[in-house]
Design a protein around this ligand. Structure first.
Ligand SMILES: NCC(=O)N[C@@H](Cc1c[nH]cn1)C(=O)O
Ligand SMILES: [Zn+2]
Ligand SMILES: [Zn+2]
Length: 480
């Protein structure tokens, strides 16, 4: 690869900036929220949008792979999972093949959650692009399409064969994707040399990173059922056992105010910290002010860089997310909800065994509920799980990504792990027997899953350059 090729590519990306913003704007406008059963048609619409874009860019063998119906718990038992968008650019046996994975579904977002603008309209303000999915993960997915378009438009041949795998259920546990990877391992995915995922972030706001580890996520719900219907609290308050009271009491036993999980047997499974690992934290560019800025608050539980990063990357955490069926709007409704469903998840790390964790959690919740002596009924179940992933970042793909990062940003990236989860990462590595690289576009303060999600313009454009440059450096590398 010549330096001129990269420079020509970078100039083309700059020239096409208005078209690239428009493409992201079109994608953000489709509210493809995978966790909302009522918005499933919009998730499917997003798959069709990508199909059309890929076709326009010259992709071949485009397929929308159906994954069947969504497994329980689900309100509509006939609900179809959104399709996985597969396509190819090039089939040259003399070139390496890179599988690019991303997700086209997004987290829920409502204006009344506190957004400054309509979450499903891309808004440019202060050189930042605001909108749901702008950084997680429509920005990067559209970024790959833009990288391909810039090559075409500049007359630069793609240096590798590309296979796209874009799913629409990542934010809801990647349901069905494992089975598809297994099914396509020796078919559509045959010959894949490396997998590149852009669905992560810089640790802070200034220094690029490459990511070699993720926590897993086991998501649970506990349903507590009592009276036959919602009741008047003046008539029934104090004379019947209230499901909400039971639920709050059970949820309060899971974790303490220091973020320490109170369920016995979980911390015991966590891999011990080695002296080599201890040493890794000192060179990472991060401090407590990055956490303060990204969280928009001064509420950190730890004050040192090492403690924060270790509790984000390599220790489990338990978060309580919400209660389905509870009164939650403004005003003062005097209701006793008849059935409430508490949602919580545990971020998992090496060496927590997922099935053992589920058993421990479910037994614990049942035991805590039994202690209440309530006449109500409780059921605790796993909704979805995704494995943790930690890999060795010293291979040709990471080396190529480090060179690409240096070429675009002028610095060597830090090597980091991330506290979030991408459930399918381990499956790609194990089933395709290939290396997986996480190459981020956005920054640590982008507000993924939060209100006012954004991607900085410089990260969007710089990210498109980095993704394209990575393909060139990887193509030019000697080994896999
Ligand atoms: N950008 C990755 C991401 O946000 N992943 C989600 C995935 C998820 C959802 N439920 C379980 N895992 C995350 O919350 O980390
Ligand atoms: Zn994501
Ligand atoms: Zn996400």
């Amino acid at each position: 690869m010549s330096q001129t090729t990269l420079e020509t590519y970078f100039s083309k990306v700059d020239e096409l900036k208005p078209a690239f913003i428009q493409r992201l704007s079109d994608a953000v406008a489709i509210p493809s929220v995978s966790s909302d059963e009522g918005l499933r048609p919009q998730v499917v619409e997003m798959a069709h949008y990508l199909k059309e874009q890929l076709a326009n860019l010259g992709a071949v063998d485009i397929e929308l792979k159906e994954l069947g119906t969504q497994p329980p718990p689900v309100i509509n038992s006939t609900l179809q999972l959104p399709p996985v968008v597969l396509s190819r650019f090039g089939k040259d046996p003399s070139k390496k093949t890179v599988l690019i994975y991303g997700h086209y579904d997004v987290q829920p977002a409502l204006l009344e959650d506190g957004w400054n603008t309509n979450p499903f309209e891309l808004v440019l303000k202060d050189d930042k692009l605001y909108g749901r999915g702008s950084t997680d993960d429509k920005g990067p997915v559209i970024g790959w399409l833009n990288a391909i378009e810039a090559h075409r438009n500049a007359g630069i041949e793609l240096p590798v064969n590309i296979v796209t795998c874009f799913e629409g259920m990542e934010e809801s546990g990647s349901l069905g994707l494992d089975e598809l990877i297994e099914q396509e391992r020796d078919a559509y995915f045959k010959g894949v040399d490396a997998v590149c995922i852009s669905d992560n972030y810089w640790l802070g706001t200034k220094k690029p990173v490459l990511t070699y580890g993720l926590r897993g996520c086991n998501y649970y719900q506990v349903s507590i059922k009592g009276p036959g219907a919602d009741l008047h609290s003046g008539i029934f308050g104090g004379v019947i056992a209230e499901p909400m009271t039971d639920l709050v009491r059970v949820l309060a036993t899971l974790v303490n105010g220091q973020g320490e999980i109170q369920i016995p047997g979980i911390m015991e499974m966590v891999a011990p910290v080695t002296p080599e690992e201890e040493a890794l934290y000192k060179d990472i560019d991060f401090d407590v002010s990055d956490l303060t800025a990204a969280s928009g608050s001064n509420t950190a539980l730890y004050q040192s860089k090492k403690d924060i990063l270790m509790h984000r990357w390599r220790f489990p955490s338990l978060s309580i997310h919400g209660v389905e069926g509870a009164f939650s709007s403004g005003g003062a409704k005097t209701v006793i909800p008849s059935k409430v469903i508490g949602k919580f998840s545990i971020r998992t790390v090496p060496n927590i065994e997922s099935a053992k964790l589920d058993q421990i959690v479910i037994d614990y919740v049942n035991a805590e509920f039994a202690k209440l002596g309530s006449p109500n009924t409780a059921t605790c179940e796993l909704i979805h799980d995704g494995a943790y992933w930690v890999s060795n970042p010293h291979n040709a793909s990471f080396t190529a990504a480090a060179k690409a990062t240096k070429a675009v940003w002028g610095v060597e990236p830090d090597l980091t792990r991330e506290g979030g989860s991408i459930p399918i990462t381990l499956s790609f590595e194990e089933k395709l027997k290939t290396s997986v690289l996480l190459l981020p576009m956005g920054r640590g303060d982008d507000g993924a899953h939060s209100i006012n999600e954004k991607v900085d313009m410089s990260n969007y454009i710089g990210g498109i350059k980095t993704l394209g440059a990575y393909l060139h450096y990887y193509a030019a590398s000697d080994t896999n």
